[in-house]
Design a binder for this molecule. Structure first.
Ligand code: TYD
Length: 167
């Protein structure tokens, strides 16, 4: 079995419900290692890039508003896990996309709901497979935000204004 990475997002409904601790405890039971974590205020650009495969769906606008925190006024807690068969193990722990179909003991089964507008507020995301994981991890994290660079990197000179603490 190959070592893989998987992106997990605790979505704004998960953050507002304050279930990050329970989600992380359940994911610890998979035996996978946490190699990156950060709170993210999701931009429209990031939301569209993450859910690009759903852009033709009727629920796309609601989905974008949801992941951007417009419904819950909260950020997303983004995590990267690593280990053998990471994607399969993470997906099993979170449960099916539709919270009504998810195993009741899975994260989505326990905490998810379907809104009256029909959006699945399923509290977490996990990468479907290693290829998707690579695409998603590169969207959400810069190499220096992870404890090691799991994909090839290159040095690049960038002139950039960054915010620093004022003395
Ligand atoms: P998708 O990528 O198909 O599933 P998953 O999150 O399990 O990888 O869908 C992305 C999100 O879109 C999903 O987590 C919740 C939302 N969604 C709906 O609200 N309704 C739907 O019918 C589907 C398929 C997804």
């Amino acid at each position: 079995m190959a070592v893989e990475q998987g992106l997990v997002l605790i979505k704004p409904d998960g953050v507002v419900k304050q279930i990050s601790g329970d989600v992380m405890n359940r994911l610890a039971d998979t035996g996978l290692h946490l190699v990156g974590a950060k709170m993210v205020q999701v931009s429209q650009e990031l939301a569209h890039a993450h859910y690009h495969h759903l852009k033709d769906k009727a629920f796309f606008k609601e989905l974008i508003d949801y992941i951007m925190g417009k419904l819950h006024q909260r950020p997303v807690f983004a995590l990267v896990y690593e280990g053998e068969s990471a994607c399969e193990r993470l997906r099993k722990a979170i449960g099916a996309t539709n919270p009504e179909e998810a195993e009741p003991t899975s994260i989505r089964g326990k905490y998810g709901r379907i809104t009256s507008k029909g959006v699945f507020e399923n509290v977490v995301h996990a990468s479907e497979n290693p290829k998707e994981a690579e695409r998603e991890i590169k969207l959400w994290f810069a190499p220096q935000d992870l404890i090691h660079a799991m994909y090839p990197t290159e040095e690049k000179s960038v002139e950039q204004k960054v915010k620093v603490w004022r003395n």
